[in-house]
Design a protein. Sequence first.
Length: 184
Amino acid sequence: MSFCIPKDELSVTKLENYKARAMQAALDMARNLKLASNLTELVFREAAPGTDLSQPPGSGYTNEIYVTGAIAANTWTSVYDTATVPVLGNRQIAVFYKVWNRDVPANISAVRFRLGPTGATTKGWFPIEQLDCQWTPELWFSEPIVYGPNQAVFIECISPVAIPVGEHLGFGCYIVEPVGEAVS
């Protein structure tokens, strides 16, 4: 079962534990794919939306800021401001561990992570409306969402109202690669 926990309900130790679980999930996938055998063989960095979640060019986010495109009311809509779902590189892993919404009022009811260019499989679904993002704009996932190499990172959100100019809806996400790939 997937759920969110408001940041202000978590101690520093618990936040560190959530990050450690995200790192462990990435390491587990890297081991399974034979990309690395331990953490020292991997580089972890926070995702840059316009760089890491925009491949191939013209997909995902247009800029280095988490802003959605227009969102239709009561319809699952892509979080990206382009029409194409981004795809990870052939030796990259992405681990999502939190969501945040900096808009007031926060209009997003839920986010869901799906797999593939059309979202055929749901990896995780997080209702966030009842957690009142206006008081706690940062919500941590009960379990990390992991995408592997060459996978389409299909993320959607839903809102009860139309949002014509987009929403500042962002994610805590590690991009993980073997040492020496892009950053070492």
